[in-house]
Design a protein around this ligand. Structure first.
Ligand code: GLU
Length: 499
């Protein structure tokens, strides 16, 4: 890349739905490209589909990019000299460009009605040929035009495609790509309501925003030759193009909701860390050396290169994302992890909405410490820890009775454990473990039997974080209260059995 031209890339989403994995990957690759070369990353909102575009989707795009940490240098909220960055605020610019094309006969007014075009389409269908507009308005005389206008027809503007020859470009990822001009339609560039279509607006914007590299999904390859002709007709220089491989589901079809793919905000709500998702998205189509999988943001910026983006579709593998997320969770320092988990605990109403005191925060932190190792997603935290926060645990008392014990024996065992808990001088995990192992030995019981009953008594479940650390975090008072409640539940059970 020549050092004189400053790299300027853009992400140009349409705000017609929530921001998804595919968009996020495109944004990330553009962002990495910009940051790697010390260039500029532009965010442009392509909102010309007025029926489907909604401000809340623009908000969702902005929120998602912010959450992922993909900051833009120009665009909504950031401003910039080459704005506005919403297409609907740029209609004058498109108007100027389309006027220019009309004046030089590179575009023309088309008066065909919907019905007339439908009839053409139907003919093509019947003849089993690909439909292309007949171009019957391409050479209308001034009289014919005024006649049609007098009929009250509102024209669209079509681009006059070259009728023969080829158009080609060197894709930064896929190499040389060429199309026969014959295959290209005289596409509509401005609709009858004066709003430009995608292929036209994108060319005007990429030029006026001085975009040097267009990096976007492979599904746009068929648009590129049309855009190149428009660039040329307007006398604009061409940017370089790079088309990213598709993201596929495990069945190798295009990734969609059907595969469980969620929007970026949903990934946030599920408790994925932005740094894990960014790392994962970077691997969707790009690799460094086919070995290294974990990259910090700084490493990605340093190592990213468009040459190492592949041509074949990248399969979205949720297990791998979970694995990476677990890895990133384990790397977090405990204060940070606790702060990130708190909103999930609040949402589950295990922790109140009010600001925590340092002591309360410390308590939550000691709970988080017990699950950090096995947490895959932050949203799992409430389910793994709710028993710490609940006053009274709901569980089936039968769980208190380990296999091979009678309810009476289970009760006696838990009573003994209670006595030892009371007698433990220092109420911490090593002491508790030592005391309880001793008790199992004294009772000639398997530790599993004793620990199993005790686990149910203090957590209400058979699978929980490490037992003695859990007891230590609960504290002596809470632990005893839970043990007492277990004993009274067993009492009731025994009474019922003997009645
Ligand atoms: N608005 C287009 C889209 O969302 C942008 C495509 C492009 O990058 O040119 O697909």
């Amino acid at each position: 890349m020549s050092s004189e031209t400053k790299v300027r890339v853009r992400m140009a989403p349409s705000p017609t739905g929530p921001f998804h994995v595919g968009g996020a990957r495109t944004a990330l690759f553009n962002w990495l490209f910009a940051r790697h070369y010390g260039g500029v990353f532009v965010l442009r909102i392509e909102d010309t589909d007025v029926l489907r575009s909604k401000p809340e989707y623009t908000q969702n795009i902005v929120d998602s990019l912010r959450w992922l940490g993909l900051d833009w240098d120009e665009g909504p909220e950031a401003g910039g000299l080459l704005g506005p960055y919403f297409q609907m605020q740029r209609l004058n610019t498109y108007r100027e460009a389309s006027d220019r094309l009309l004046a030089s006969d590179k575009a023309y007014y088309c008066y065909c009605t919907h019905e007339e075009l439908e009839a053409e389409r139907e003919k093509a269908r019947a003849a089993k040929v690909a439909y292309r507009y007949s171009r019957r308005c391409r050479h209308l005389t001034a009289e014919q035009r005024s006649e049609l206008e007098a009929q009250g027809r509102k024209p669209v503007i079509r681009f006059a495609m070259p009728l023969d020859g080829t158009v080609g470009f060197r894709d930064m990822i896929r190499g040389d790509i060429a199309f026969a001009n014959q295959e290209l339609d005289d596409l509509v560039i401005v609709k009858s309501d004066g709003i430009p279509t995608y292929n036209f607006a994108v060319v005007v914007d990429d030029t006026t925003m001085e975009i040097t590299h267009v990096i976007r999904g492979e599904d746009h390859i068929p648009n590129t030759p049309k855009q190149i002709h428009i660039f040329r007709a307007l006398g604009y220089p061409l940017p370089q193009f790079g088309h990213l491989p598709m993201i596929l589901g495990p069945d190798r079809s295009k990734l969609s909701k059907r595969h469980g793919a969620a929007s970026i905000t949903e990934y946030a709500e599920l408790g994925y860390l932005p740094e894990a998702l960014v790392n994962y998205l970077a691997l969707l189509g790009w690799s460094y050396d086919d070995k290294q999988e974990i990259f910090t943001r700084a490493e990605l910026i340093k190592l990213f290169s468009i040459e190492r983006v592949g041509k074949t579709g990248a399969i979205f593998n949720i297990e791998k994302l979970d694995w990476l997320n677990g890895y990133y969770i384990r790397q977090l320092d405990l204060d940070d992890l606790t702060r990130r988990i708190l909103p999930f605990l609040r949402q589950a109403e295990l922790v109140g909405p009010e600001e925590l005191t340092a002591d309360q925060f410390g308590h939550v932190k000691s709970i988080v410490a017990l699950i950090q190792e096995r947490l895959k997603r932050l949203a799992e935290a409430p389910g793994l820890t709710d028993f710490f926060f609940k006053k009274e645990l709901e569980y089936d008392p039968a769980l208190l009775v380990s296999k091979a014990l009678t309810p009476m024996e289970a009760r006696a065992t838990i009573m003994q454990a209670r006595e030892r808990i009371v007698a433990t001088a220092v109420f911490d995990a090593p002491n508790l473990e030592h005391t309880m192992r001793e008790l199992a030995e004294d009772l000639a019981m398997k530790t599993g039997q004793l620990f199993g009953s005790l686990r149910v008594a203090v957590t209400g479940r058979t699978i929980a974080p490490p037992l003695f650390q859990t007891m230590a975090v609960l504290g002596r008072e809470q632990t005893l209260a839970r043990v007492d409640r277990a004993i009274s539940m067993l009492d009731k059970m025994i009474q019922k059995l003997s009645a």
